[in-house]
Ligand binder design. Structure first.
Ligand SMILES: CC(=O)SCCNC(=O)CCNC(=O)[C@H](O)C(C)(C)COP(=O)(O)OP(=O)(O)OC[C@H]1O[C@@H](n2cnc3c(N)ncnc32)[C@H](O)[C@@H]1OP(=O)(O)O
Length: 175
């Protein structure tokens, strides 16, 4: 694998304002618009880490717990948590802010997976990630289990091969 890079080197911040065209009939941000922003901010982090063209391979479940209102300022922060061979897991955190009311809430957290590819769309190796902070280390440690879950769900890995994933359920290891 190529040289190692610190997680912080991929850190990306994107700020958007919810405008009328982005909202549903309740004047809240459309889920699809938020997913577009998530994809963009996460792709930029993956590009920074790999210095390559990246494609979205998967997005983990995103729950819409809190609506984000028209006029709110939305800040999306992303960072690569761990790299495998050609794929990278990216963590994204979303904060919505009503600036006139001086109110700020964390609305979403998500993990996306990107694959670095060459000009022909063929997967290509990426640098390893070095986590430094406690949060980066926690995300790095959990990334292998989340990867196995994704690969099992997309039928790219047999459940019996997902050793780290099974360990969190205390299932007997049959391998
Ligand atoms: C930024 C954007 O919006 S891009 C547009 C939307 N995205 C796309 O169009 C991507 C379309 N998909 C593709 O091009 C291909 O399926 C790829 C590049 C993602 C994977 O190509 P494959 O030929 O399947 O390659 P391969 O089997 O070698 O897998 C490559 C990596 O992708 C990972 N991967 C593939 N599918 C998934 C998935 N569903 N979830 C997580 N990781 C995945 C593999 O685990 C592997 O990771 P690793 O190299 O770190 O071990």
């Amino acid at each position: 694998m190529a040289k190692k890079k610190f997680a912080r080197e991929s850190a990306t911040i994107m700020t958007e304002m919810v405008l009328p065209n982005d909202t549903n009939t309740l004047n809240n941000l459309m889920g699809g618009k938020l997913m577009h922003w998530l994809d963009v901010v996460a792709a930029i982090a993956a590009q920074k880490h790999s210095n390559r063209i990246v494609v979205t391979a998967s997005a983990d479940s995103i729950s819409f717990k809190e609506p984000i209102a028209l006029g709110n300022v939305v800040t999306l922060k992303s960072k690569v948590t761990r790299a495998f061979n050609s794929s990278m897991e990216v963590f994204i955190e979303v904060v919505a802010e009503d600036i006139p009311a001086n109110k700020k809430i964390m609305t979403h957290r998500a993990f996306f997976t990107f694959v670095a590819v060459d000009q022909n769309g063929k997967p290509i190796e990426v640098p390893e990630v070095i986590p430094e902070t406690d949060e980066e280390k926690e995300h790095y440690d959990g990334a292998l289990r989340r990867r196995q879950l994704r690969l099992v769900l997309s039928q790219r890995m047999k459940p019996e091969d997902a050793v780290e994933l099974k360990s969190i359920f205390n299932l007997p290891n049959t391998k």
